[in-house]
Structures are given as structure tokens and as C-alpha cells.
Design a protein around this ligand. Structure first.
Ligand code: KG4
Ligand code: ZN
Length: 385
């Protein structure tokens, strides 16, 4: 089953072609440079950039699919057939004079279904992907599979390359830790497309907290990667010992806004000059406080559920320090932890959407009425279309 997936929930315009768990063509256009000067994502600019790029990104994913994934192993070995491969190579060649439309027509004939993120995310950004999915579904007579962005982040851990590696069989249930710019959640992943939220942030998400701290420290957007870099340069990573909100509570909820306030007052007390001199220690201490909360709550979840197999998704999962700590935690409980392939499927992408869509399709979860497909900006895991 070959799926063309589209993802436009935030500031990445993404498209991909997947077959079951295999990523056959992946394209992401990051809008970071557009939003950087505003210190965060500006929805109207995101929408415009998605509109300007979506066709180009879809075409790129289709081209990669056509050109680089000629041979598939396993049951799909005959796909695409040799004759079709030749045709695809001809139309896919950048030097060919075949028009954009001819190329799309030729490649979409090998696509079975179209998947699209319908929430959670920025309403006007989600709309761009949804409208494109509808347009393609009508023109090429395909069924649409609506996907939750966060379930995409979960399935990003189970993606495979075009040869079907890594094998990594599913061993349900999993405890899932989702750490992105918009969400911080602990989720019970009971079976395919079956989730139960165990705990979540009551205010800011982990990535959002890192982004806001970076802004306060004058480090620009996005904050996570630059804070990670600076923290790698200090010996005493937890110099300022910032508070760990809710770390002692027995529930599985997170809170990061108090931590942000603590940083604000610390910076005020220090003054600009001193803060600049201690920027590494400040960034690192903030990151330590955020990750301590995350790791401690994950440990509480392991103890409460008895599940020691952890799946981690979302942009913050790219962080080496967090990965190391979660590895140590699962070793302590004789369990295992899986992360998305680094770095290309940690942040937002459409491959994860295509893989989640495959498991939805296996359950027959296709959209019944195209006209009723609408964005759900606050969509939660477990609420299905
Ligand atoms: O999943 P994602 O790409 O988009 C959302 O769905 O929100 O996550 C983006 C978040 C941002 O807050 C960014 O600062 C954070 O992921 N992030 C990181 C790292 N790379 C991205 N946080 C910590 N360390 C990183 N290396
Ligand atoms: Zn995301």
C-alpha cells in the first residue's frame, strides 16, 4: 500500500511517499528562516509559506520516490514493475522536458491513498494541507486517511528505510513520551491507533519552554538546538539548580511555566552583563530542569504502569542529553527505548504521517465524506475521525 502523505500543521511544509513502514520519498521545507526574526511561528506567514511551497514539496517527494526507490524487497518486490520504473525514470529525470503536471499524473498512478494531518496544529496552516489533500483526492480518485500529528510523532519511531530496516517488530503495549513544541504528553500506546493519554503539561510544552528560555537569553528561535549546543560546553550542567515544578506529585502531568518565571527573575537579578558571561550555565541549567521533570515523570509512569518499553517522539527527542538520560532510565528498569531516526524524522515530517496512515488504513479508517474533512487545531490522541 503506497501512501502520499502531507503535513502542514506548523512551520514545516512536508510531503512523503511511504509503503507500509518504509519511507520511499521524503521532502521537508523548513520555514525556520521565515519565522526566526519574529522569535516564533507567525501563523499567517506559515500559511502563506505552506501555500507557496506545497506543490513543490509534493513534487520533490514524488521525484525521490520515482528516482531513488526503484527496487523494493519483500512482498512489494514487484512494485513498481520494470516497465513502470523505466517510465518513471524518464519522467522523473530533471533534464526531461515533461511538465510538472505530466510528472504528477504519472507518479500518482502508483499511489493508493492520500494521508493528511488534520490536527493538532495551527488552524490556517493545517487548512493548506487539507485543501491540497482534497484537491488531489478528487483529481486522482484516491481515498483520504486523516492523521493526528501526535500519532505521527509516535510512529516516527517505527519508520524504516526503503529496504525495510530497522526491522523492529511491534511489542505492545508501549509507554510513549511525546516532547514537541506544542505538546508534552505521556501516552499509553496499547495497540495500533489505540492510545490513552496518561499525563500532559498543564501549561507550556517542553519545546515551548526551551524556545521561550532561549528568547529570554537572546539566543533566537528555535531554542532547543541552541540550548543543547551551549549546554555541551559547560562542565557543571546544573549550576543554578532551577526549580523542578510538580516533580514530586504522583500524577503524570508536567508544568514548565514556573520554571520560565524563575529564569526571568534570575536574569533580572544578574543583570545583562553577568547573564551574558554565564549564558552557557544559564542555558544548561534550564535544560537540566526541563529534562529532570521529563525523566522523573517518565520514571513514575514506568512504575505506575509496569511498562518498561518507551517510545519517544517530537522535536525535543533530537536532544542527545535527553536521549542519554532516557537510555539510562530504561536500563535501570531493564527495558528499552526507541527514538525516531536522527535527525531527519525527529522534527515535523510527513513520513511519520504516512506510516501512521498505513495502520489506520489497515483498520479501514478512511474518510467517508471528503466534504466533511476539516482541521481540528486542538485534536487529542484517542479522538479519531
Ligand atoms: O515536533 P516539532 O518539530 O514541532 C512541533 O510539533 O511542535 O518540535 C519542535 C520543538 C521546538 O520547540 C524545538 O526547540 C525543539 O523541538 N527542538 C529541540 C531540539 N531540536 C528541536 N529541543 C531540544 N533539543 C534539540 N536538539
Ligand atoms: Zn510535531
Amino acid at each position: 500500500m503506497v501512501i502520499l502523505a502531507i503535513e502542514t500543521s506548523c512551520d514545516e511544509t512536508a510531503a512523503s511517499v511511504t509503503s507500509e513502514r518504509r519511507v520511499l520519498g521524503n521532502a521537508v521545507y523548513s520555514q525556520v528562516l521565515i519565522h526566526k526574526k519574529w522569535g516564533g511561528v507567525v501563523p499567517s506567514l506559515a500559511k502563506r509559506a505552506h501555500e507557496e511551497r506545497i506543490d513543490f514539496v509534493i513534487e520533490e517527494a514524488l521525484r525521490k520516490f520515482a528516482l531513488t526507490n526503484k527496487i523494493l524487497a519483500g512482498p512489494a518486490a514487484t512494485f513498481p514493475p520494470a516497465s513502470a520504473r523505466k517510465k518513471l525514470r524518464a519522467v522523473g529525470s530533471p533534464s526531461s522536458r515533461v511538465t510538472h503536471q505530466n510528472f504528477i499524473n504519472a507518479t500518482t498512478s502508483y499511489i493508493d491513498h492520500i494521508a493528511v494531518t488534520y490536527g493538532p496544529g495551527l488552524a490556517i496552516a493545517l487548512e493548506v494541507g487539507i485543501n491540497k489533500a482534497k484537491e488531489l483526492a478528487i483529481r486522482y480518485n484516491k481515498k483520504v486517511i486523516p492523521v493526528n500529528h501526535m500519532e505521527g510523532h509516535i510512529y516516527s519511531c517505527f519508520t524504516q528505510n526503503s529496504r525495510g530496516n530497522p526491522k523492529r517488530p511491534f511489542r505492545f503495549p508501549y509507554l510513549t513520551l511525546l516532547v514537541s513544541g506544542g505538546h508534552t504528553e505521556l501516552v499509553l500506546f496499547k495497540d495500533h491507533i489505540t492510545y490513552q493519554i496518561l499525563g500532559e503539561t498543564v501549561d507550556d510544552a517542553a519545546g515551548e519552554a526551551l524556545d521561550k528560555a532561549a528568547k529570554m537569553l537572546g539566543l533566537g528561535y528555535p531554542g532547543g538546538p541552541v540550548i543543547e549546543r551551549l549546554s555541551q560546553e559547560v562542565k557543571n550542567k546544573d549550576f543554578y539548580l532551577l526549580p523542578r515544578p510538580m516533580i514530586q506529585s504522583k500524577d503524570l502531568n508536567f508544568s514548565f511555566s514556573g520554571l520560565k518565571t524563575s529564569l526571568f527573575y534570575l536574569l533580572k537579578k544578574k543583570g545583562k552583563e553577568k547573564a551574558r558571561r554565564h549564558i552557557r550555565e544559564l542555558a544548561s541549567s534550564f535544560q537540566e530542569a526541563v529534562f529532570d521533570s521529563i525523566v522523573k515523570k517518565t520514571e513514575t509512569a514506568i512504575r505506575q504502569t509496569g511498562i518498561n518499553r518507551i517510545v519517544v517522539g517530537g522535536g525535543v527527542s533530537a536532544n542527545y542529553n535527553l536521549r542519554t538520560r532516557l537510555r539510562a532510565l530504561t536500563e535501570k528498569y531493564r527495558g528499552s527505548v526507541i527514538f525516531p531516526p536522527y535527525p531527519y524524522l525527529c522534527g515535523d515530517n510527513a513520513a511519520m504521517v504516512g506510516v501512521a496512515a498505513y495502520y489506520r488504513a489497515k483498520k479501514g479508517q478512511f474518510l467517508k465524506n471528503l466534504g466533511r474533512l476539516d482541521r481540528v487545531p486542538r485534536l487529542r490522541l484517542g479522538e479519531s475521525k
